[in-house]
Design a protein around this ligand. Structure first.
Ligand code: ADP
Ligand code: MG
Length: 853
């Protein structure tokens, strides 16, 4: 026979499979049975057992109610789903079994506690859905109520580059390679989709707000999932932002990673870390969004650059405004809690202080003479006035954390609350005055009036004086050395006090709930205020970096890319002020593909990435680290880093390298920027060289025109392409020899590199002298041999002599079958998989040719 409470637990346990169930029992959240074993192990807490019926002891592990957030955060971060079961009534007021139910299932995509969240990063629940050929990703951040819909091709890209903490899919194939927890959901019918959207957003939501059936279904999945896990969150989901991606520069996750745009594992610094001078968490989140979603819209970019320019040029105003920003809390998340009706009195106090600061901010800015983007934000700030007035009228100046003792509601707001306050005050002061009164009445000097939770108010008299106690004192409790009593008078006043206080707390709770309702009705305005603050913060932060780091405003052109004195913002920050060597880059009608050579560690990768970063920053709305930057508006930035260099990705296989290279070849347009760093490095030299060359030829010879491409390589042989393909140019990173040593100048100059410095680098790295000497000897021998055979294209290129008329890897005699096969490929018509197969064939051919003829 198990106890009723055990039965209650088992019933709930059955209803929430796939979760860890935390069961509220008084001041603890308890877990039982297998949950308890798991929780004890994961959280390093003690596993005990509890009797739950005749001859029944069950494993038990629990945590105190006030520390539940941290424990849940740990479990959720490890991929568990946690069901929170609450007591639905005050146990002291219920006879028998306290009613309990699960109020919420906490999952990675629906967490709201600060223990689980990063302030400067959104936390999205995502749903990726297909309908026919249409795909869409819907994202909701339940902490702020933000909803984003990304339809079409951009959906898959968005999944990689946005902070999606949990993904819902109808088909597990959609989640292949997803890094976050994935939840398989049942297929939703059109009717179910319509019903879900209508219920949340009103009858005409679907046509008005949602682009296409896939987006509608994805959004409906989010709503259905939230209804099951965290229904309160639905209250904060109001705005839907549909993002077509049409006016955006598309950068995929890999490129963001290759360019170190965001912090991440295995990365010491990032663009975000260098330029994020935001003073609010909202600002940091918006800056992240700008960097992941650069624009292609010239007018919108001009607005951003005007605003950043204003901030850069007005340091005094900038500093004033930034000092006010510092005082603004995370209004977006506070507003989210208002929408979910989970805000506490302290949350509302923070919201009120924040709204006050927003009005200060508005006052300050309105005297400034602002560019249009900031002017628009300024107008939205006035939306703070109404909720502020509501809060000022109702909320106490310094409300307590909990309702238990009253004092949440401001005096003057409700006459009834005020009078109950007066009553409790009177009753309390009577009880406090009673001590003096009773001492006089009884003559017992050490008599005390005290209070505890179990017995309420009492009169305490030391044992020595117990004989002096008058007969109407009723004994309640005997302690060591003291007795405690009550009197009718005491009980009467206490009852009045308790009654008044209970009523007071009840009324304050009601007033607070209706305050939340009033605020929630104006949620949209509050969210706009938060958006405006974020915008102002980002613009000023970018203005500050621009001014401090000497960034300039980029100019967008229809034609050439011209960067003068460009720098890599992250490397520059790492090497220290004045230590970075600026470089120019020109990509024009004669230079569509720039082949960059130079020894290891000379700065090839840095140069490539700095060009891409400057383009990305410019289109994000930032100023750029260059003396001058004239840039086309790119549609995509592609990047591929040779397998050996791509250590952070942890999947350095040649296969991956080639799949991605194939994708770039398929997708790059003449408006794209392509960064290829040591592509081909992941295989043997001749494979690699052949592939690298074929890739360059393909990019160069496309009918529609070439994407602007920077190609870094240590294959000096590739420099010969400049003489063959009209729009390919060479550049190299200069190094200087000083005696037996070489000095990296980090200067990018036209023309091919003229020597391989591998052996010098080996010396610098501390290889034993004898080894270095032997290597030098062998190299000399090899070069002499090649010269003697008259097949010395590589050596020629190294010596800086005229480029070879035709490119021939030195071991191939005459036109190779591999080259013929490559030339015959219909690359445009291939899928990535076909391309890979072809590559394997080509590679097999190359390996066969290795056999000396
Ligand atoms: P490569 O790709 O040629 O091997 P990297 O681009 O990785 O070389 O650069 C190696 C290091 O050289 C960088 O980490 C940086 O410290 C330094 N470096 C590169 N470019 C510059 C530059 N323009 N100015 C100053 N230091 C640079
Ligand atoms: Mg490199």
């Amino acid at each position: 026979m198990s106890t009723p409470i055990r039965q209650q637990y088992l019933d709930l346990r059955k209803r929430y499979p796939g979760t860890i169930l935390f069961f509220r029992l008084g001041d603890f959240y308890e877990t039982f049975d297998d949950d308890a074993k798991l929780v004890a192990r994961e959280l390093q807490i003690t596993l005990t057992s509890k009797p739950m019926g005749k001859d029944l002891r069950v494993p038990l592990a629990g945590v105190p109610y006030h520390s539940i957030d941290q424990h849940v955060a740990k479990l959720v971060a490890r991929g568990y789903r946690v069901a929170i079961c609450e007591q639905l009534a005050d146990p002291s007021e219920v006879k028998g079994l306290v009613p309990r139910d699960v109020v919420r299932i906490v999952t990675a995509g629906t967490v709201t506690s600060e223990a689980s969240l990063e302030a400067g990063r959104a936390n999205y629940l995502g749903a990726l859905v297909h309908r026919g050929r249409d795909a869409a990703l819907a994202l909701a951040d339940v902490t702020t109520g933000e909803v984003r819909l990304v339809p079409g091709d951009a959906a898959a890209v968005e999944l990689g580059r946005s902070p999606v903490a949990e993904l819902l899919v109808e088909d597990l194939a959609d989640a292949a390679g997803a890094a976050m927890p994935v939840v398989l959901r049942p297929l939703l019918s059109d009717m179910a989709v319509d019903a879900a959207l209508a219920e949340q957003f009103g009858e005409h939501a679907r046509e008005a707000l949602v682009p296409g059936p896939a987006a509608a279904a994805a959004l409906a999945h989010l709503l259905a999932y939230l209804r099951e896990t965290f229904p309160a969150a639905l209250g904060s989901l109001q705005r839907i932002r549909a993002e077509s991606g049409a006016d955006e520069l598309l950068v995929d996750e890999r490129t963001l990673r290759n360019l170190d745009v965001f912090p991440g594992p295995g990365r010491t610094s990032s663009l975000l870390a260098v330029i994020d001078r935001c003073r609010t968490a909202m600002g940091t989140r918006l800056l992240r969004h700008w960097l992941a979603h650069p624009l292609r819209h010239p007018a919108r970019l001009a607005e951003r650059h005007d605003a950043v320019g204003w901030a850069a040029a007005n340091p005094i105003e900038r500093e004033r405004v930034r000092s006010v920003l510092r005082a603004i809390p995370d209004l977006a998340r506070l507003a989210g809690r208002v929408g979910a009706r989970t805000a506490t009195p302290r949350d509302l106090a923070a919201l009120r202080d924040g709204l006050r600061a927003v009005l200060d901010l508005g006052a300050l800015l309105s005297s400034c003479g602002l560019p249009p983007l900031l002017e628009g934000a300024l107008r939205s700030l006035s939306g703070a006035a109404e909720p502020l007035a509501t809060l000022d009228a109702a909320l106490a100046e310094d409300p307590p954390a909990a309702f238990d003792d009253g004092g949440v509601i401001r005096p003057g707001f409700s006459p009834e609350i005020d009078s109950l306050h007066a009553l409790t005050r009177d009753a309390r002061s009577f009880l406090l005055g009673l001590e003096r009164l009773e001492r006089e009445r009884t003559g017992i000097k050490s008599l005390k009036v005290g209070h505890n939770k179990v017995f309420g108010y009492y009169i305490e008299v030391s044992a020595a004086n117990a004989a002096l106690v008058p007969p109407h004192y009723q004994r309640r409790q005997t302690l060591v050395g003291a007795e405690r009593y009550v009197t009718e008078e005491l009980k009467e006043h206490e009852a009045r006090l308790v009654g008044a206080r209970e009523r007071l707390v009840e009324l304050e709770r009601q007033a607070f709930a209706s305050l939340l309702e009033t605020l929630a009705a104006g949620l949209a305005a509050m969210q706009s205020v938060a958006d405006a603050v974020a915008l102002i913060d980002v613009v000023l932060a970018l203005g500050e970096v621009a001014a401090e780091q000497g960034y300039t405003r980029p100019v967008f052109t229809e034609g050439d890319l011209v960067i003068r004195g460009g720098r890599h913002p992250v490397v520059e920050a790492a090497v220290g002020p004045g230590r970075f060597v600026p470089n120019d880059c020109v990509l024009d009608s004669e230079t569509q593909i720039l082949v960059v050579t130079g020894p290891n560690m000379s700065g090839k990768s840095t140069f490539l990435r700095q060009v891409a970063l400057i383009a990305l920053m410019a289109q994000a709305g930032s100023f750029v680290p260059a003396a001058e930057a004239r840039l086309p508006l790119f549609d995509r930035i592609f990047s591929r880093i040779g397998a050996h260099d791509d250590l952070a990705a942890g999947q350095s296989t040649f296969m991956v390298e080639m799949v991605e290279t194939a994708q770039i070849l398929h997708r790059a347009t003449p408006q794209s920027l392509v960064i290829l760093d040591e592509v081909g490095r992941g295989t043997s030299t001749y494979d690699g060289m052949a592939i690298a060359r074929a890739v360059i030829e393909f990019l160069h010879n496309r009918k529609e025109g070439a994407a602007r491409t920077l190609f870094a390589t240590h294959y000096h042989e590739l420099t010969a392409l400049e003489g063959i393909l009209p729009r390919v140019r060479n550049a190299h990173v200069a190094v200087r020899e000083e005696g037996a040593e070489i000095v990296f100048e980090h200067r990018v100059v036209p023309g091919p590199a003229d020597r391989s410095y591998g052996i010098h680098v080996a010396r610098l790295a501390g290889l034993p002298r004898a080894v270095v000497a032997r290597a030098e000897h062998l190299l000399a021998e090899l070069e002499a041999e090649r010269a003697a055979h008259g097949r010395s294209s590589a050596a020629h290129a190294r010596n800086g002599s005229a480029p070879e008329p035709a490119f021939q890897p030195p071991l191939f005699g005459g036109p190779s079958p591999v080259e013929a096969a490559l030339a015959a490929l219909d690359v445009d018509g291939m899928t990535p998989i076909e391309a890979i197969q072809k590559l394997y064939e080509l590679r097999a051919m190359v390996l066969q040719q290795r056999v000396p003829r």
